[in-house]
Design a protein around this ligand. Structure first.
Ligand SMILES: [Zn+2]
Ligand SMILES: [Zn+2]
Length: 805
């Protein structure tokens, strides 16, 4: 069989050719069947959010998710490549809201939840097609045809079963907590969402110094007579809900004489800052903050009433709090337990009232008088004017600080007291830490660094979202307040007294199901929230197989995963939720090895994103340079956990250095082999090479095989690709260059055999990295079906230490 003629080097055309061949020859299915009985090596697909067209950074993750499974498949392992799509959640809802021009939850409900959710479903399907074609074109063998969809009834039923496990273990509860809250999305954000990039942004807010007039009389009468606390806040709108002022008990405070009015009480360090160190201000008292504790004052706004005398008796007093510092402001902190995490914690300890006149859409309700209907932050100016008019404003100044914004819609968040459902993860913190110790992280410092530290500060996971497009929280409640957590469709059917096997488990359909309360027999209705979409993806090991309703064996055989790979910010996302759900429910980490990828950045080190317009389009690269060119660049130019700047010239350079060089060697070989009518397995095929160049290059080949194998086992794509690239360079610049005369005139079959073997093995080593090019070379050289069905090479025993440089 002739090897040539060899086409000109054109990766794009070649890849299309190979893709067509994979399809027509059923190569993927063939490889799957070939390895089906191998020892399993399990990969979990962290489901991409099927929202928005996939970009270059998605290809970045997908090719790493392809590399190691390809390698292990060639090593003889059975590697299921089940894909998955994350279908629920706010991103999808926001997209549909934009499409429909809706801007609030009220509008969504007027539009109709059924129709709205149908639109969400359609949107997901649309993007899944984009994702599937990009996956195929990238040479990534994740099986998108067999993907799990988190929106499917089966998937939802498994998630319900998992929620029910939490319930049965007393790890699920309804609580009231101040959470970061997006008034636009109408939902609280969990702590891992707060860890998403771009949440904290530098902004300028108005900060105000406000008088809180101390009441005369009481145990601190001599100190408080004729004086006002000077209180500082960067959120003036929260003053409507003020119920206490906090001081650091050990911080030194002063009373400063104001010749024209009432005196001011504040921290001494703040007085120096406010009035100028050494300035002639007149201190009439100096003492510890503890001496102020218990003093009563008049709150700046009385619009929001207390509920009864008990609350009134608790409000408007000075309390001690450890978190108070004198770094900013006056050293006396205003407390509104409805709107701050620290405030709420002190409020719980002190029994302070919670006054919350703010609606779920972030506007003041009717209790706020003149401010009713205003968005809270928009009300700041009017509130400051009001304080000024009443002589309570001492100073106003802009304050630059880092403030959290919604990671999805960029709205400034507010801290807001609301009812949520929580998973009691903090009760299992030790388990989470112990399971983390069983995981290999790449890079290794993530384990006890970024991820371990994150686990150490674990707080309970706020699971519920007051939204529409999500897995419904499976809790039904009767009038008497009995809660029933449903763990399967069969159980729901049972309690509802009808067969619900065909019910769409989404809202609004599931909301119509009324059950008989098992405790009292009265009708019970589902509570409105849906689940955090991260709970869906964290449930995937079991839910992708519809465990435990079916697929029990498949689930058990594929738990835990040998390998997962996502962007590094998933330490607070999927890496965390996967560990949390599975540690709480199954008592074990669901993964053994994690490869963390950093961001793709532009030339200035800024995150490459579509909105910044600094991102390369993967399709453009595929159509002009080829997927293998991009893959090789991704693998060979740096560690994946360092930020990466992808440039077209860098892709061209790495392609030329290795892939084109290899192609040229291949072309050289084919030309002379065909001229001589050389055939693999012909004369001298099994002879031990004697020529020094043959012995040397085969020794290098053995060393390369050993090193690429070891480094890929250790998830070090860079070391593996670097070694392989060096061998290609050696092969071209040393072996071929110095052996040319043996091909030209003498037609030395030993040289042909040696070069043929080098090319075949190089193609095998290249197969996980550049699956198209490797396959094209390999089948040209061997006339067999596909390199991806080949066994991974092993050293042939030619290592000749004396000959290596
Ligand atoms: Zn938002
Ligand atoms: Zn009941």
């Amino acid at each position: 069989m002739p090897f040539g003629p060899v086409a000109p080097f054109d990766l794009v055309a070649m890849e299309e050719r190979v893709l067509a061949r994979w399809r027509s020859d059923g190569v993927v299915e063939h490889v799957r069947r070939l390895r089906a009985d191998g020892e399993p090596w399990i990969f979990y697909e962290g489901p991409p959010t099927a929202n928005g067209r996939p970009g270059l950074h998605h290809v970045w993750a997908r090719v790493f998710k392809d590399l190691y499974p390809r390698f292990q498949t060639m090593r003889g392992r059975a590697v299921p490549r089940k894909g998955g799509w994350d279908c629920h959640g706010l991103p999808v809802e926001l997209e549909v809201e934009k499409e429909l021009g809706l801007t609030s939850k009220v509008q969504i409900e007027e539009y109709g939840v059924a129709e709205f959710n149908q639109r969400c479903r359609d949107s997901v399907s649309r993007y899944v097609e984009d994702w599937s074609s990009l996956t195929t074109r990238s040479g990534v063998w994740i099986d998108t045809a067999d993907a799990y969809w988190t929106l499917s009834n089966d998937y939802i039923e498994s998630v319900w079963w998992i929620v029910r496990q939490l319930w049965d273990k007393d790890l699920l509860y309804e609580g009231h907590r101040v959470s970061p809250y997006c008034p636009r999305c109408g939902t609280a954000l969990s702590s891992h969402e707060m860890g998403q990039p771009g949440v904290y942004q530098e902004v300028t807010d108005p900060s105000v110094y406000v008088r809180f007039p101390l009441r005369a009389g009481g145990p601190t009468a001599s100190l408080t007579e004729g004086a006002d606390l000077l209180v500082w806040t960067t959120t003036p709108w929260t003053l409507l809900s003020n119920v206490a002022a906090a001081v650091g008990p050990d911080i030194t405070h002063v009373r400063v004489n104001e010749p024209d009015g009432r005196d001011l009480v504040l921290a001494e360090a703040a007085a120096e800052r406010l009035f100028g160190a050494g300035a002639p201000y007149d201190v009439t008292w100096r003492g510890r903050g503890a001496e102020l504790v218990g003093a009563r004052y008049d709150r700046p706004f009385t619009l929001v009433d207390y509920r009864g005398g008990e609350e009134a008796a608790q409000g408007e007093r000075v309390v001690a709090a450890a978190f108070v510092s004198t770094d900013d402001g006056s050293g006396i902190v205003h407390l509104a337990p409805a709107f701050g995490e620290d405030d709420a914690a002190v409020g719980r300890d002190e029994g302070l009232p919670v006054l919350n006149p703010v609606d779920a859409d972030g506007r003041f309700d009717r209790r706020a008088g003149a401010f009713a209907g205003l968005r809270v932050k928009a009300a700041d100016a009017a509130i400051i004017d009001d304080l000024r008019d009443r002589g309570l404003l001492v100073r106003e100044q802009p304050y630059r600080h880092s403030y959290p914004h919604c990671w999805r819609c960029d709205t400034p968040l507010i801290y807001w007291a609301k009812t949520s459902w929580f998973a009691r993860t903090s009760a299992r913190r030790e388990d989470l830490l112990a399971q983390n110790q069983r995981v290999n992280w790449y890079p290794g410092h993530i384990k006890d660094g970024r991820f371990g530290k994150w686990l150490e500060t674990n707080v309970d996971w706020a699971l519920s979202r007051d939204r529409y497009w999500g897995t419904p929280l499976p809790v039904w409640r009767c009038e008497a307040g009995h809660d029933t957590c449903i763990g399967s469709v069969a159980e729901l059917s049972d309690l509802a007294g009808k067969d619900l096997a065909d019910l769409d488990l989404h809202r609004p359909w599931v909301d119509d199901v009324v059950i008989d309360c098992p405790a009292c027999g009265d009708p019970a209705r589902r509570l409105p929230p849906v689940l955090d979409t991260w709970f869906d993806s964290g449930s995937m090991p079991a839910a992708q197989h519809h465990h435990p309703f079916e697929g029990v064996e498949r689930f058990e055989a594929s738990f835990p995963a040998d390998f997962i790979c996502e962007a590094i910010d998933q330490t607070r996302g999927w890496f965390y939720t996967l560990l949390a759900v599975n540690t709480l429910v199954f008592g074990a980490t669901p993964y053994r090895n994690v490869v963390c990828l950093n961001l793709l950045v532009d030339g200035e080190g800024k995150k490459a994103s579509k909105s910044r317009g600094n991102v390369l389009d993967p399709w453009h690269i595929f159509d002009t340079m080829g997927a293998d060119a991009l893959r090789w660049n991704f693998f060979s130019v740096g560690q994946p956990w360092s930020p990466r700047h992808v440039r077209e010239d860098s892709i061209r350079d790495s392609t030329r250095a290795t892939l084109l060089t290899l192609w040229n060697v291949f072309s050289f070989f084919c030309t002379y082999a065909d001229l001589d009518g050389w055939e693999a397995g012909g004369e001298g095929a099994s002879a031990e090479p004697t020529h020094v160049l043959d012995r040397w290059v085969l020794g290098e080949l053995d060393a390369t095989v050993a090193e690429v194998t070891a480094t890929l086992e250790a998830f070090d794509a860079l070391a593996a690709s670097t070694r392989l690239g060096r061998f290609v360079d050696d092969l071209s610049n040393w072996y071929v260059r110095r052996s040319r005369p043996r091909f030209w005139k003498a037609s030395d079959p030993a040289a042909q055999h040696t070069l043929h073997r080098c090319l075949v093995v190089t193609a095998e080593l290249l197969a996980p990295f550049c699956p198209f090019l490797a396959d094209e070379l390999w089948i040209s050289l061997t006339d067999e079906l596909s390199v991806h069905a080949a066994d991974w090479p092993t050293p042939s025993g030619h290592a000749d230490a004396a000959l290596s440089r």
